[in-house]
Design a protein around this ligand. Structure first.
Ligand code: SF4
Length: 76
């Protein structure tokens, strides 16, 4: 299973993660930053747990393409 940890505060709103991973990310019309869908906020981070491993390659693309490196994927 996979967990996404997203440090939303530093998002610059480039839209790249949404383009490569629209199942998990969407742009907010309110503040222009990306939203990690269905995530839970814990302090500075937004966290989404229990993701199937089939999404690993797709999520790694989002992690790699993010210019400010605020998307992390943990495998457990
Ligand atoms: S790729 Fe990174 S900076 Fe760009 S919208 Fe997504 S989280 Fe924000």
């Amino acid at each position: 299973m996979l967990t996404i940890i997203y440090k939303r505060k530093k998002c610059i709103g480039c839209n790249s993660c949404v383009l490569v991973c629209p199942l998990f990310f969407s742009m907010s019309k309110i503040d222009g930053k990306s939203v990690l869908l269905k995530s839970i906020k814990k302090k500075e981070n937004y966290i989404l747990k229990g993701i199937d491993n089939v999404f690993f390659n797709n999520l790694i693309k989002a992690k790699k393409i993010c210019p400010v490196k605020i998307i992390n994927i943990v495998k457990y």
